[in-house]
Design a protein around this ligand. Sequence first.
Ligand code: ZN
Length: 138
Amino acid sequence: MNLPPVPAPDAVTAGWWEATREHRLTVQRCTACSRPQHPPRSICIHCGRTDALRLDDAAGTGVVDSFTVVHRAPFPDLEVPYVIARVRLDEGVICLTRLTNADPDSWRIGDRVRVDWIDLPDGRALPVFVPAPAEPPR
Ligand code: ZN
């Protein structure tokens, strides 16, 4: 899969990117108000704390919240069609991502998905989502 440029880690996202090297999807959680947020920020968007944020491993499962099939790529090297989606993780946060491993026209809002990884040349990995069984694992 060809990809557009992936942003470099910064002070706020470095830990999140480090976990992708081990194919671990993480979600930032505030230990003061217990609420999750994504992407990682330097401040809790719920309670405003800046000193209570940590990264927790996510289950890696969720549902398709919204998606679009891209037929005209913004960069000439991107292979089309591809699917850009909002996935609502089971932790409650939204990830902007890609859906793969299915016909682009077969996706439906509410489909169960699980994370899969595209390894990047620098050792990081990019999370994408693929079809998952309809019922979450117990
Ligand atoms: Zn908070």
